[in-house]
Design a protein around this ligand. Structure first.
Ligand code: GSH
Length: 510
């Protein structure tokens, strides 16, 4: 037991007071999402104007202080690692070539890169708004071991909830100051144990840095940022927090462009400037300095050739991309597996500083390929055996959540999947977090019980290559950019908030 008894029991008055404050503060401060279409009828919400409180925990979840500091402390090393991977086309090519046979999505992304490479890249600057996700791990073999963090995944595209994260850490602090937490919790929940999350100003600052690095307008039109989004998007307020802060604090205009409107609303001129004409002001054209992808990470965003043409159109333009295709590819699970395969030599290639590499290495959970390599053959055995499979999770090369196969379901899944497709998956040892309870408020209901938390640490990284492929030429910005805690019921294996499983949370350090 590494945590004290938590959260406290509340009587009916206390619970109602807490919930009323959560409901009102969250809407007043944009800690909100659009409702699922199935929750409301067309008559109740004819123009889609309703918003509801985002799934949120009533109490900040307990989190070991050393683990929190560990996660924040290594973010700049992780930024450097992934920027270096994204700038090493020769190395990425080997990884991608193993996947193109079995993964159409990766193959299409690679084709886009190759097409732009052939024509020649005209933008060497890339922006990464990254998020590295971890769970607290207690080694089951050593009962007295201190908890450490182990990485779940590293996101290089559409890293979400940075907008809501700042709000939820403010919410929990507000609840504390409004006496919504009973007196006996004061020794645990207090201002010193609730670190604010700076994700909104930090990520907006990253977008502003990307915009400024683009330089002056080349076409004479004013400069703007484009947020490429899904349509419809339930998580719109998360994105709006970044957009509004980008405007209010940095005076940078941003427009939301749905992924399927790229070709009709933008064009690339002969100098490869990306020009955007908003449909609401058809006489006014803007030059796009930066394209921020909050769509395009999932195969579902691409329904046919037109959508791949649109991705190519953006990639070949002179706009700074957040992220570039190579940076998107650097975030694939296969890269994470190649780095984390026990005794892998690859980390040193990208992080020559031995101390940094050692700190990063400590956060890797063992991950194996399911191919014909020595480690792969061993992993295939572990995954097919019902006794050993229970220690693992099987993951495809996908972003956005909801695609994994867990523990005892793995052997049957592999039986039903042609062996030639197994290399599309990686096998990862399950991280075993210590037991913890909390109450989650979602869809107007309180669910109290065992929970599992996932810490995300944001990073801003802006760097320059000679044209997308031959090593980092200059690191322009490299910062830790706030944190996110996501918490789910311990009965659910999947954790994504956007995918409908988790809630947003903040840490109460112990
Ligand atoms: N389109 C949505 C958005 O832009 O907010 C969702 C994007 C999304 O699913 N992002 C993934 C993520 O951060 C990374 S590719 N998921 C966190 C979660 O759903 O909990």
């Amino acid at each position: 037991e590494i945590y004290p008894k938590y959260p406290p029991d509340l009587n009916e008055e206390q619970l109602q007071y807490l919930i009323t404050n959560v409901k009102d503060w969250s809407i007043a401060n944009g800690l909100a999402v659009r409702p699922l279409p199935s929750w409301v009828t067309k008559e109740q919400d004819p123009v889609g104007s309703l918003a509801v409180t985002a799934p949120v925990t009533l109490f900040p979840s307990l989190f070991p202080r050393n683990c929190f500091e560990q996660g924040l402390g290594i973010q700049t090393a992780y930024n450097e690692l992934y920027a270096a991977i994204a700038s090493d086309e020769t190395w990425l090519k080997q990884i991608v070539e193993e996947l193109v046979e079995v993964d159409d999505f990766i193959a299409e992304l690679w084709k886009v890169h190759q097409a732009v490479k052939k024509e020649g890249y005209v933008q060497g600057i890339t922006l990464g708004l990254f998020r590295s996700d971890y769970m607290v791990h207690l080694d089951p073999a050593h009962s007295d071991a201190k908890p450490t963090i182990k990485q779940v995944e590293f996101n290089t595209i559409a890293s979400s909830f940075g907008g809501l994260s700042t709000q939820v850490s403010r919410l929990h602090k507000h609840l504390l100051s409004m006496d919504a937490y009973p007196e006996e919790t004061q020794s645990t929940i207090n201002t010193a144990s609730l670190p604010p999350s700076t994700s909104v100003p930090s990520l907006a600052g990253g977008l502003a840095a990307g915009h400024h690095a683009y330089g002056a307008s080349k076409s004479g039109s004013p400069l703007c940022v484009v947020f490429l989004v899904q349509d419809p998007e339930r998580n719109v307020f998360d994105q709006r927090h970044l957009e509004y802060t980008l405007y209010n604090d940095h005076q940078v205009r941003a427009f939301r462009v749905p992924f399927n409107k790229i070709m009709s609303h933008t064009r690339v001129d002969e100098k490869r400037n990306l020009l955007y004409t908003p449909p609401q002001t058809p006489n006014k054209t803007w030059e796009v300095s930066l394209v921020y992808f909050r769509a395009g990470y999932s195969p579902d965003d691409y329904s046919g050739k037109a959508d791949w043409d649109a991705r190519l159109h953006i990639e070949r333009s002179a706009a700074v991309k957040c992220p570039s295709i190579l940076t998107h590819l650097a975030g694939s699970k296969k890269v994470q597996q190649v780095l984390a395969t026990p005794n892998s030599p690859h980390l040193a290639r990208f992080l020559p500083d031995k101390n940094k590499a050692a700190e990063v290495l400590k956060t890797f959970a063992p991950i194996y390929p399911l191919d014909k390599s020595e480690a792969g053959l061993e992993a295939c055995k572990l995954a097919q055996n019902p006794e050993t499979a229970t220690r693992y999770v099987l993951k495809p090369q996908r972003e956005g959540g909801g695609n994994n196969v867990y523990r005892k379901a793995i052997p049957k899944f592999l039986k039903d999947t042609p062996e030639s497709h197994w290399p599309a998956y990686i096998l990862m040892e399950m991280i075993e977090p210590p037991a913890l309870t909390n109450s989650i408020f979602r869809n107007g209901e309180v669910q109290k019980g065992g929970v599992i938390g996932e810490l995300g640490v944001y990073g801003v990284c802006l760097w320059k290559t000679k044209g997308g492929e031959d090593g980092i030429q200059e690191m322009l910005e490299n910062k830790q950019a706030g944190y996110l805690l996501r918490t789910k019921g311990d009965q659910s294996e999947e954790g994504g908030v956007a995918a409908g499983f988790g809630s947003v949370d903040s840490v109460c350090l112990v």
